[in-house]
Design a protein around this ligand. Structure first.
Ligand code: SOE
Length: 384
């Protein structure tokens, strides 16, 4: 099995470390924003090496793969350097800041066919999502007529909530759409194969001025720190808290997505409803072990995550028997297992079973078209 190194010590880097270990991949070390931060994280996670620099990671011949859990603006240079150093790469989403950058990475990955390059669209790896995909692909729900849903959070509800993603220079011009809407769009594509041909968007900045704490706050941690006295500077916000997008797909199907990072009580909820000519599928990430199947002429059903009740695809990525809930961290484990099994099999001509750089590029294109629609106030075409 390959050996990995992880770059990034914020919210998601440690999730990678834990999931890699559970997938049977050994993790050699971690890189933080400073040598002290690398040391702190290595100690906390029980890792042998606290890297002093990214060059040290890439020079480490014992490392086969690099996981990038760093801020978005670093993805292009770090993924490029990793591929050029001969490493496999798992990059957090979004793959890069613009579609010009993601296109560059797609070309580079194609020039390194013996290396695996994935974008961490982890939500695909809930067992019931693979099951839903198999149901749609086998024609079980009929022709897909429409999709709707979204991704809703509350961690940026207050004007005192702060994160680097709020700044376009750090996270990209689109925030809620880029950070969470892309998960939804990727998922719908993964399950149904639908590609948007046209879209129209309406984006909103609900909290126009936010208070930036003078001390950095880790993702989601602001919610736990409101009791402490903090010094703030006011900042004018230029990225959206809210977004709605309508899609017209090539097949004639229609779609509607809403995203928000300022909806009290919705902690981290992706939901979809995929309506076909025979039945409808509905799922949400706060109850990920249940898939609702709606019928017109007989009672509706709820499929529980249970290997004995799911399709082959769902079964393959279920880690526990029915009744034993699986969640967010398990999706990382299953995505990484799929990625590393692919590498171990050594047949790089086989179709890639994980979200690829092409998928990351597709999302970057969609984000730019959404921004264009918002700026121009009209329906726009989507070309990849
Ligand atoms: C923050 O909004 C975030 O961590 C996203 O970046 C992730 O993709 C999502 O899984 C949870 O929320």
């Amino acid at each position: 099995m390959a050996t990995a190194a992880v770059a990034g010590t914020g919210f998601i880097g440690p999730v990678h470390v834990e999931a890699l270990r559970r997938a049977g991949v050994s993790v050699r070390g971690i890189l933080g924003a400073s040598p002290e931060e690398s040391r702190r994280a290595a100690d906390a996670l029980g890792l042998a090496i606290a890297y002093g620099s990214y060059e040290d990671v890439l020079r480490d011949t014992a490392v086969d793969s690099v996981h990038l859990a760093t801020p978005n603006k670093l993805h292009l240079s770090m993924a490029t350097a990793a591929l050029e150093a001969g490493k496999h790469v798992v990059c957090e989403k979004p793959l890069a800041m613009t579609s010009a950058e993601t296109a560059q990475l797609v070309t580079l990955a194609q020039r390194h066919p013996q290396q695996a390059a994935a974008v961490n669209y982890n939500i695909r790896f809930y067992p019931l999502i693979h099951h839903a995909r198999d149901l749609v692909q086998s024609g079980e729900i009929g022709q897909v007529y429409s999709v709707r849903g979204g991704y809703i959070q509350d961690w940026l509800l207050y004007d005192t909530d702060w994160n680097w993603r709020l700044l376009p220079e750090e996270g990209g011009d689109l925030r809620a759409i880029g950070d969470i809407g892309t998960h939804w769009m990727d998922l719908i594509h993964f399950i149904t194969g639908l590609r948007a041909e046209q879209l129209v968007a309406d984006l909103g900045i609900l909290i126009p001025i936010r208070k930036m704490p003078r001390k950095a706050v880790a993702t989601f941690k602001g919610k736990e720190q409101h009791a402490e006295p903090v010094e703030y500077d006011p900042v004018k916000i230029r990225t959206e808290d809210w977004g709605s997008v309508l899609f017209r797909y090539a097949s004639g199907a229609r779609g509607a997505m809403s995203v928000s990072q300022a909806t009290a009580g919705r902690k981290n909820r992706l939901d979809f409803e995929i309506a076909g000519s025979k039945s409808t599928l509905a799922w949400n990430s706060e109850r990920p072990n249940e898939l609702w199947v709606g019928h017109r002429d007989r009672p509706n059903e709820i499929v529980m995550k249970d290997p004995s009740l799911m399709s082959e695809g769902g079964r393959a990525i279920a880690g526990q028997p029915g009744g034993h809930a699986e969640g967010f961290s398990d999706t990382f484990k299953q995505l990484f297992r799929t990625f590393y099994d692919y590498i171990a099999a050594g047949n790089f001509n086989a179709p890639r079973p994980y979200p690829t750089f092409e998928d990351g590029h597709q999302e970057a294109v969609l984000c730019e078209r959404i921004l264009a629609s918002q700026r121009e106030g009209r329906w726009v075409e989507v070309q990849s």
